[in-house]
Design a protein around this ligand. Structure first.
Ligand SMILES: [Zn+2]
Length: 407
């Protein structure tokens, strides 16, 4: 509910005409993709479809909502879905760290496109603004748009917003609190929105709702380590979203300093940069390993090589490094199961996404660490969400926020 209210307060500020609370709730449901057809919305709100129909009509007339796709309902009847209307193209960048992507999101979705970018390290603030500038240029030329044709650029950063100060905070990019939308906007020559939203758990749960999945946790292992959980409540009409700070559980009292300021957090031993740095130091000390050739490559490439060498079992250093990594991932999983006991855990980030042999290993390693592990069947999966669809949702959030300055 916290998240819904957060979104609604933004809607209230931006809407051109006075919208009723019901209409704003409908907007929130549609934008989050929790409910996008009249029947789904009526079920969520516990009101009649006639009431929803009237609200939708008003939102369509004001061009705040538009029709999107038609799907088949339960009895084969066509089901009309809605989405937030984009008044003009919006550029969207999802900055996760060393792996990130951006796209041009158009009122006509057939023109949408996405470009993935991988980098070897995460730049500081000034360098970041320079890179954003380059990427915006790339997105504009890719879509054949001029700067004045776009409503602006929405940048979503892998960070959390501190409730007390309202500032962003990130252990992976400790300088993020200083990032100002206005300043970035000046450099980019267009309007900029900076968001720190993780819709991952909510999206993944919605994609599995029809399979009877009621609770889900996304474990992300990449430049940072995090866990986001989402649960459908018994009432069946609301979602509780809560983020985990799993990456900042201290595992080595005298370990390395973490971006959060503490020493020896899980993130300092599990993140891509941590593992790569460790391998680099060991090679400098004379260790021979097939990982040598990927020490200067992107963390994702490094992990690809690590998984391959671990499967081949011929490189003893790589096998040990991977086993230690998996032991710790299994421990992180046990924390998730002991706290949330989710129906499904979705593995994301270049550390775990799509790594089939490692997923099998985690299913074998984790039960002994979970208190009720022997009676639990672990259902580990990969992401089913479409990154382009995610960029569209960010663009819709920006469109709904166009009269506010989030930072
Ligand atoms: Zn930390």
């Amino acid at each position: 509910m916290v998240m819904i209210q957060g979104c609604l307060s933004k809607f209230m500020k931006r809407t051109p005409d006075d919208l009723s609370l019901g209409e704003r709730t409908v907007l929130g449901l549609v934008q989050s993709r929790r409910a996008t057809s009249q029947i789904q919305i009526a079920r969520h709100l516990g009101v009649s479809t006639v009431t929803v129909h009237n609200m939708i009509q008003r939102l369509l007339e004001q061009k705040i909502l538009e029709q999107s796709v038609v799907s088949r309902g339960k009895r084969g009847r066509p089901l009309l879905h809605y989405r937030v209307c984009l008044p003009a193209p919006i550029l969207a960048i999802q900055w996760l760290g060393t792996t990130w992507h951006g796209g041009g999101i158009h009122p006509d979705e057939r023109k949408d496109f996405m470009i993935p970018w991988d980098t070897t390290d995460i730049p500081g603030q000034e360098h970041a603004i320079k890179i954003f500038s380059e990427k915006v240029g790339e997105l504009l030329s890719g879509s054949g748009l001029r700067r004045k044709d776009v409503l602006g650029c929405v940048i979503s950063i892998n960070a959390a917003r501190v409730r007390s100060s309202g500032k962003l905070s990130s252990s992976v990019m400790p300088w993020v609190p200083e990032l100002q939308a206005k300043e970035v906007g000046k450099a980019l020559g267009c309007r900029v929105w900076i968001f720190a939203v993780s819709m991952a758990a909510e999206t993944e749960l919605a994609l599995r709702a029809r399979e009877g999945v009621h609770s889900l946790c996304v474990l992300n292992v990449a430049d940072g380590v995090s866990a986001h959980a989402c649960v459908y409540s018994d009432a069946g009409s609301s979602i509780e979203a809560f983020s985990g700070e799993i990456g900042h559980i201290i595992v080595e009292r005298d370990g390395l300093i973490c971006g959060c300021g503490h020493r020896g957090c899980l993130e300092t031993v599990l993140s891509g940069s941590a593992l790569q740095r460790r391998a680099r130091e060991d090679v400098e000390r004379g260790i021979r390993t097939g990982l040598e050739s990927v020490l200067q490559q992107t963390p994702k490439t490094f992990f690809d090589a690590l998984e391959r060498l671990h499967t081949e079992r011929t490189d003893s250093y790589a096998v040990t490094l991977a086993e230690e990594f998996l032991e710790r991932c299994a421990w992180a999983l046990s924390v998730i199961y002991n706290i949330y006991d989710p129906d499904v855990v979705v593995l994301t980030g270049y550390g775990l996404a799509g790594r089939e042999s490692w997923k099998k290993r985690l299913v074998a390693l984790a039960p002994s660490k979970i208190l009720h592990g022997e009676q639990t069947t672990l259902r580990l999966e990969y992401s089913r969400s479409d990154p382009r669809e995610h960029l569209r949702r960010l663009a819709e959030m920006a469109a709904l926020n166009q009269d506010t300055t989030p930072l």
